[in-house]
Ligand binder design. Sequence first.
Ligand code: NAD
Length: 482
Amino acid sequence: MTVVPHVIDGEETDAVHGGRFESVNPWTRVPWAEVALGDEADVARAVAAARRAFDEGPWPRMGTAERRAVLHRFADLLLAHAGELAQADSSDMGKPISDLLEREVPRSAHNLRFFADHAALAPGAVFPMDSGHHAYERFEPAGVVAAISPWNFPLMLETWKIAPALAWGNTVVLKPAEESPVSASSLARLGLEAGLPPGVLNVVHGFGPESAGEALTRHPGVDRVTFTGESATGRAVAAAAASHLAPVSLELGGKGASIVFADADLDGAVAWSIRAAFSNAGQVCLAGSRLLVEASVLDEFVDRLVTAAESLVVGDPSDPKTQLGPLSSRQHFEKVVGYLDDIPLAGGKVLTGGRRDGWMVAPTVVSGLGPKAPHCREEIFGPIVPVLPFEDEAEAVRLANDSLFGLNAMCFTTNLSRGHRVAARLRAGTVWVNCFFVRDLRAPFGGVGDSGVGREGGTYSREFFTEPKTVMMEVDSCPAGF
Ligand code: NAD
């Protein structure tokens, strides 16, 4: 069994109270790792180490070029250890190994490189004043950052948080999800090898409520909380952080609508909708988990969708051909199966898919559900997609916006004006027109409503992870007009 320690102040360490918990491989359904079980005491040690590294250590005071070099070395090491990192996430939560090797590990390295470069190259504004003064802005590191991540994209979301935090000179305490803890300790080890000073990146394992997660959000020594997870958890995190006025960035759940107009390129719309609904077995905040299709092409679209869904390879995540692995845990599988069982009660019909052996659900397409069915309103977080018809553009936008969530939406049309018009009317943090999942890390990322608070990416991350400061200078040797 793999033993997974915390990493605090540059040292691998057991939990203060000696506890451990198991990580179960959802494909074999057998525990494969024993992980340090952190609590308030471990969090106190990690925050103290991060505080020392911030107040006294070299990291916040280093030039950006030096920090950039360390973070690029860190990215190189991630790629050099891609096999080990991919194996860890796949064994923890069942993700197909090919997704990890082809996409997530490279994207994690890219997160580090992008934010390292962005911080090194970012300009600050100067505000010349007629009075013979000028003001300029400085972006100073905020301090100790608490980063709390979910299990669905472990390494990718951990690096999405720690990369901008570190690039802007902060120190970090990372609390990975209890379902996917293993790669985080490897990440911290590789960070040390790359040259992060001790205490700059700490990892504490444990659970959420009344455990390491809650202790971290309540700790008064934490200056920023960046959280990704469920909307209900986001509320608890925001309340805890409010007790010591730490700003929060919350990236929460979603119920993305994919709108397919009759004038769409149906081949493209089917291919993107399949990816949106079923990648990572539907365990994606950005999933296109409601398909709205113009009535005149509904039958043709659904036929093609069902054929494409049935061609996906479901099975052992360690097989490079597998496209959907098991759901991440027994508890999560039971939640998703609950939704499957309720489909007939809600008036729906399963056109393809359903439950398989183990903790597996095949790509499932459902017709006949109304917009008020729980399957169309709640985040199932599994490979189940209801298809609903609409008559015109106004109805499509109304149905898409009829949600508490507002993370993302997709629109498929060959009408350029309609693409822009619908994108403007959708209540969502990101709208993809004729595509899905394409990202530019300079662009704002986040959601409205129950999908989150704040934006990250590019300058949005800079503003969250720094304390912008104004410096006002008298420049009387150079009066205005000369
Ligand atoms: P979760 O909210 O159950 O847990 C997320 C993390 O929060 C874990 O590390 C957990 O230990 C911790 N946690 C739980 N309760 C806590 C508390 N009271 N205080 C502090 N920490 C606590 O979410 P999950 O099941 O791991 O992840 C799935 C959810 O994440 C889905 O809702 C999904 O949509 C969302 N998500 C959102 C984005 C995004 O970018 N918006 C990305 C990925 C996942």
